[in-house]
Design a protein. Structure first.
Length: 204
């Protein structure tokens, strides 16, 4: 792991450390080798978190097989891919599960399926789903951080800064807070002021 990635991960871990049973059964899937989990980690596939538009959205969960005695801090992973590619299937944060963290990689609708703000609505749904089910997953609802790369970095930055109700969406768990306690934007774009680039990289 590169030093820069180690540094940002440590910031996220430090921030969240101090601080419904799946409706679909886990499904069989080969996890990409670079994200293979150690024996101490349990992985759950295609856990339903709510709805994005007219279809179901899912999460990939990685958690300790032997959870700590107290509720765990949680890290949500948001994948990159230019808002029109990538997948929640590869949970790049799952290595943290071996260190006592609950992690989940959140599915969101890509830009060729749904226009902005669908992407941030789905990510906020992921936070609400986890907070609403915190007790069932032995998660501390006041210690939820998020980490994303590239387009996912942009989305976690939005999770950390956007509180307006119109970005919550209607995917489920209405009334539950979508606020997070820590954000790591890893290589995510944050400046869209150059109009020549905006039409290329915004999820429109």
């Amino acid at each position: 792991m590169k030093p820069t990635r180690i540094a940002v991960c440590l910031l996220l871990v430090a921030a969240v450390s101090g601080f419904a049973e799946p409706t679909n059964p886990p499904t069989a899937r080969t996890v990409p080798p670079k994200f293979a989990s150690p024996p101490s980690v349990e992985v759950l596939h295609d856990v339903v978190i709510g709805a994005g538009g007219t279809r179901t959205l899912h999460a990939e969960i990685a958690r300790p097989k032997d959870p700590p005695a107290t509720p765990m801090p949680a890290v949500l992973w948001i994948h990159g891919g230019g808002w029109n590619g990538g997948s929640h299937i590869s949970n790049a944060a799952q290595w943290l599960a071996a260190h006592g963290y609950f992690t989940a990689s959140i599915e969101y609708r890509l830009s060729d399926e749904a226009k902005w703000p669908a992407q941030i609505e789905d990510c906020k749904l992921g936070v609400r789903w986890l907070r609403a089910n915190a007790a069932q997953y032995s998660v501390n609802p006041d210690r939820i951080g998020c980490w994303g790369h590239s387009a996912g970095g942009h989305l976690v930055a939005c999770l950390g800064t956007i509180d307006e109700p119109e970005f919550e969406g209607a995917g489920g768990y209405a009334g539950v807070s979508s606020r997070v306690q820590a954000v790591v934007d890893f290589c995510g774009p944050v400046d869209f002021s150059d109009g020549r680039r905006t039409t290329i990289i915004l999820p429109h």
